[in-house]
Design a binder for this molecule. Sequence first.
Ligand SMILES: [Zn+2]
Length: 183
Amino acid sequence: MIQTIQRPSPNFDARTRAIDLVVLHYTGMQNAEVALARLTDPAPIAGKYPGPWQRTDIDPNTPLARVSAHYVVDEAGAIYALVPETERAWHAGVSSWEGEGDVNARAIGIEIVNGGHDFGLPDFPDTQIDAVIALLKDIFTRWPQLDAARVVGHSDVAPGRKRDPGEKFPWQRLADAGVAEAR
Ligand SMILES: [Zn+2]
């Protein structure tokens, strides 16, 4: 088992089908703390999570969707565990894979801290990617049905709607480590 930091999120429910996919995301927020706050917030409102995507005249009390992921990996390679793998976390939104919706029901979701397109599309530090690779290897040991061919990006399951983990994400490094397919 790799080392994780427990940061439980109340945002999950029961899986309705077996795990057979891992979905990688970037957080697309200012920093790790803001992302962890949002991913563990049971009643998020717009005013707590401002960003360039937000219209200036939006009511700060507007409720936002409750979201979560199983893991968050920060820039220094720390791995936060938010939702047990056996439960359904809420990260993929409207999405489909192999002709079926409800990707969350079958996926383990990993949020990788990175500002993304809204915050300058920064590089992913090597230390962070090393941690993502270690986490994927760890997950594969628990779920033998998962392998490199079952690791996809959010943009793969929600094309046209989502761009993460984005064009800066080093898929080749993951492929070289045997935890994703080259693309
Ligand atoms: Zn995403």
